[in-house]
Design a protein around this ligand. Sequence first.
Ligand code: GTP
Length: 216
Amino acid sequence: MDLQGLDSYQGGPGCDFNEHVLHKTILVGDSGVGKTSLLVQFDQGKFIPGSFSATVGIGFTNKVVTVDGARVKLQIWDTAGQERFRSVTHAYYRDAQALLLLYDITNKSSFDNIRAWLTEIHEYAQRDVVIVLLGNKADVSSERVIRREDGETLAREYGVPFMETSAKTGMNVELAFLAIARELKHRAGQHAKEPSFQIRDYLESQKKRASCCSFV
Ligand SMILES: Nc1nc2c(ncn2[C@@H]2O[C@H](COP(=O)(O)OP(=O)(O)OP(=O)(O)O)[C@@H](O)[C@H]2O)c(=O)[nH]1
C-alpha cells in the first residue's frame, strides 16, 4: 500500500509529536499480509479495499492510546514486506520496543515464513523486545488455510502471545495495540508499584471477557 496516499499519515521529519517518550513499535511480516491495513484500521478506524499496492520502504505513524488513564505514545513503523527492502528494515529493529508480527491466514507461505521472521528478529532486535504474533484476514473464512490452532501452537513454541485479527472488520486490532501499549507502559515504570503486568495474561483475560467469538 502506498503510504504517501494516506491523508492522515503523520510520519516524517517535522512531526511535532515528541513531548514525551515514543514507544517504537514495528509491523513486520510478508508482503500482503495486511500490515498497512492493520495500521490504517487502528489509526483511522477504516479499511481501504481495492487492489493491493505494496509498501515501498518504511514510514511511521504516531498514535496516543490511553492505558489505565495514562497516555502512552506509540510510534508505529510500517515496513515493506518485500524481500528487497529487508536490509533497510533490519536497521530499524534495533531501537524497537515492540513488534507486531503478521501472517495471513489465507496464505500458507506467509505462515511458514514466520519462523524466518522470528530468526531475523532475534538476530537484529533487542533481546527483550515485545513480540505479538497476529494471524490476519480472519474475516476471510472461506479461504482460510491456517487453522487458529496452528497459530496458537507456533506462538506457544516461541513463547509469544497470539491472536487472530481482521484489518477489514477491525476484529482484535485495537486489542493488539493496546496490549503492547500496556506492556510498554508497565516496562517504562510509570506505575512501578503496580503488580507485574504480563501481556499474555492480559490478552487471555480480554479473550475470556469477550461475550462472543470475536476473540480467538
Ligand atoms: N479481507 C481482508 N483483506 C485484507 C485484510 N488486511 C489486508 N487486506 C488486503 O490485503 C492486501 C494487502 O494489504 P496491505 O495492508 O497492503 O499489506 P502489507 O502487509 O502492508 O503489504 P506490504 O506493504 O507489501 O508489506 C490489500 O488488498 C488489503 O486490502 C484483512 O484483514 N481482511
